[in-house]
Design a protein around this ligand. Structure first.
Ligand code: HEC
Length: 197
């Protein structure tokens, strides 16, 4: 039983970390109560029964799990900033945003790896692997070589890869484009900025 309780707390904690990262802007707000709750769950308090407790846990987990659209919106956020980091030739920042784009795409796919469509099952992981191993890898090379022209091509090709998956998932209305503004205005994208020190 102790094992079960610890496992449960572990899962809640993991979800807490996931949600905390997802809402990184409000990390403190979300993270702390979840951790406290996870700790509270660890206390061997009187329980109705293991089955009822497990049922409640499943409910709580699904209520707290981030949904795929949220993870994708994060991927879109990072991918848009990536364009402006490269535009300013801020290659370290571009490298960061590429890596965040990749990890959020992987995360989105893990949340919901297979989608049912009229054409049958769509394996999102296969599509993502294809996009990652081709276009996103091209972007990585362009960043390493500080090659703006190659970056420009690879970024536009990636957009087509994004859109191919949206179409395969019967979501053709999610049509990515080269962004016209960064998703964040509090950050200065200029690699030569001098203020603040
Ligand atoms: C492997 C498939 C796949 C790939 C690759 C993919 N997406 Fe998505 N994307 C989805 C799915 C599925 C949804 C809809 C999620 C839902 O319905 O909950 C989505 C939704 C979105 C949304 C809308 C989120 C919202 O709710 O507002 C954005 C933005 C987005 N994707 C951006 C991107 C970008 C940018 C890329 C490429 C860098 C990309 N996606 C690549 C599958 C993919």
């Amino acid at each position: 039983m102790k094992h079960f309780v610890n496992l449960r707390a572990g899962v809640l904690l993991a979800v807490g970390i996931g949600v905390g990262l997802l809402l990184s802007g409000a990390a403190g707000l979300v993270w702390e109560p979840l951790v406290l709750q996870a700790h509270a769950q660890q206390q061997p308090s009187p329980k109705p029964s293991a089955a009822v407790a497990a049922q409640l846990d499943l409910q709580t987990l699904s209520e707290r799990s981030p949904d795929q659209s949220h993870a994708m919106a994060d991927a879109g956020y990072h991918f848009a900033n990536l364009w402006f980091a490269a535009d300013k030739q801020n290659w370290s920042l571009a490298d960061y945003y590429l890596s965040e784009t990749r990890s959020h795409l992987r995360w989105a796919v893990r949340i919901h790896p297979v989608r049912q469509t009229k054409a049958g099952e769509v394996d999102l992981k296969d599509i993502l692997d294809a996009v990652d191993n081709s276009f996103l890898t091209e972007i990585a090379t362009a960043i390493t070589n500080k090659d703006s022209a190659k970056f420009n091509i690879a970024y536009r090709q990636t957009i087509e890869g994004c859109y191919a998956c949206h179409k395969a998932c019967e979501k053709p209305f999610f049509r990515p484009q080269v962004p016209n503004a960064a998703s964040v205005s509090i950050l200065n994208f200029d690699p030569n900025a001098t203020w603040p020190e």
